[in-house]
Design a protein around this ligand. Structure first.
Ligand SMILES: [Zn+2]
Length: 469
């Protein structure tokens, strides 16, 4: 065989083996992220919940309580359990059992009382199981961003605020008039990528009453705790943490660089006096790149400015960081439509500044792609499903976040799910249909329900008959 033929044969064999590997990964991922397997895994996670009950009144099961709460978030239907109870009474079967493995539909009070003693960190293994599965099967690669890193935005979100409903874990803010506000917030980190319409939720970190008095202290303390608990799992993968101005503080940035993380944080002049004094002094040396871009309506000028090596704060121990800015103006009017400034540990060049800015700007996806979806698109994150005395509020929020993550991975790996989400166009229609169907029909399992929906779409005018006797 000639040299070139040998080379072709070697290339063919390499691409065949890469193709086989890809197929194997896809197959493994589809098995791992099949709904029934995810629920099985969740059952095992619930088995680790601690049973704090004493005495003889322990007939009700934790598993039933946790699965029931989860089913409400997963179906986005606050009345799901009530309808399934009616179905059980009238037909002797129900979807809470068939879809989620609930053995007995408990009363709301039972569910709340059982779950109030379970710290939300017992749910974390489910987040790890999904993340590790994505990693092992090569699916994190689609999230690779600048420097081949994974982009991990951090942001705090408030999901409870009341002047009456409270628990031991509530944060208290006393107002002048003597009114006290009780609230719950959490850091809800995700994986994102500029231009990719998917976010992967990571374990949340609940902000505790001891974390501090203002937003800055609270988020910084929770962030340090998150890195302490989970940092080892992620840092080897090449992670860029992003955050708002609360994060561009010396202790945070120093901790991240020591731990092997990269960072891109907003850096405002109002909170970084020393850094901006330096920049003002060095302004002649600030590098600048301007790109002219057609917005679809008019020409815009994007001006990128950067400087490597400025102290983040006053004092000898200050960390040196690299500063950059983006200003977008309309070419004809000179009117500024966007301006933001950040700091990073990445060395910035004329060639890479645009990509670093793209990563910095992908931070908003945590708000639009995750937190707002959870609050306004059916997950009812701020709805009070029960507050409890100890952990209930935090645990329910965590189960809600897990339900959102289940839907994200099903949308990636479940073929029927993908087809339905595409055909039904909106998230709202999809969940409305699931709510209606599970109210009137009892399905053998999740896969059967999705097949039924797809069949219904194909035969628009002839609904397949089910044996509902
Ligand atoms: Zn509370």
């Amino acid at each position: 065989m000639s040299k070139s033929k040998l080379k072709h044969a070697a290339n063919d064999s390499l691409s065949r083996s890469l193709g086989n590997q890809k197929e194997k990964n896809e197959q493994r991922a589809r098995q791992r992220f099949n709904f029934n397997n995810l629920i099985r895994q969740f059952h095992q996670t619930i088995d680790t919940f601690p049973d704090f009950r004493k005495g003889k009144n322990i007939s009700k099961s934790f598993k039933d309580a946790a699965l029931a709460a989860f089913s409400v978030f997963f179906t986005q239907s606050p009345s799901f359990l009530a309808y399934q109870k009616i179905m059980q009474e009238s037909r002797g079967e129900n979807n809470a059992t068939n879809l989620f493995g609930v053995e007995e539909i408990l009363s709301d009070n039972h569910i709340r009382n059982l779950l109030d003693g379970v710290s939300p960190h017992y749910v974390n293994p489910m987040f790890h199981y999904i993340f590790d599965g994505l990693n092992e099967n090569g699916y994190l690669e689609m999230f690779r961003s600048f420097n081949n890193n994974l982009l991990m935005p951090f942001d705090g979100t408030e999901y409870h605020s009341s002047d009456a409903i409270k628990c031991d874990d509530c944060r208290r803010v006393e107002h002048k008039e003597g009114v006290i506000t009780y609230s719950h917030s959490a850091l809800t980190p995700v994986l994102v990528k500029p231009g990719l319409n998917k976010v992967i939720s990571l374990p949340p970190e609940h902000i505790t009453p001891q974390d501090g008095h203002d937003k800055q202290d609270c988020e910084n303390a929770a962030f340090k705790r998150w890195i302490g608990k989970h940092g080892a799992r992620y840092k080897g993968l090449g992670i860029t943490c992003t955050g708002d101005d609360l994060y561009s503080k010396n202790p945070i940035c120093e901790m991240l660089t020591k731990d092997g993380f990269d960072f891109i944080f907003v850096c405002k002049d109002t909170s970084h006096k020393t850094l901006y004094e330096y920049l003002n002094f060095l302004k002649e040396d600030i590098k600048e790149v301007t790109i002219r871009r057609w917005s679809g309506k008019k020409w815009m000028l994007e001006t990128y400015r950067f400087y490597n090596g400025v102290p983040l704060r006053d004092g000898e121990e200050a960390l040196e960081v690299n500063w950059f800015e983006l200003v977008i103006k309309a070419e004809d009017s000179n009117k500024v439509s966007y301006r933001n400034t950040w700091v990073t540990n990445f060395e910035i060049t004329r060639e890479n500044v645009k990509n670093i800015v793209a990563d910095a700007r992908a931070h908003w996806k945590i708000e639009n792609g995750s937190n707002n979806t959870l609050k306004t698109k059916g997950y009812h994150l701020e709805h009070n499903f029960g507050h409890g005395k100890k952990y209930l509020s935090n645990l329910l929020m965590t189960l809600n976040l897990l339900a959102f993550l289940f839907h994200t991975v099903l949308d990636l790996f479940d073929e029927n799910y993908k087809v339905l989400r595409e055909k039904l166009a909106t998230r709202k229609t999809f969940f409305q249909d699931i709510r209606a169907l599970t109210t009137y029909f009892c399905f053998d399992d999740w896969d059967y329900m999705l097949s039924f929906m797809i069949q219904g779409l194909k035969k628009r005018h002839k609904v397949p008959l089910l044996d509902t006797s």
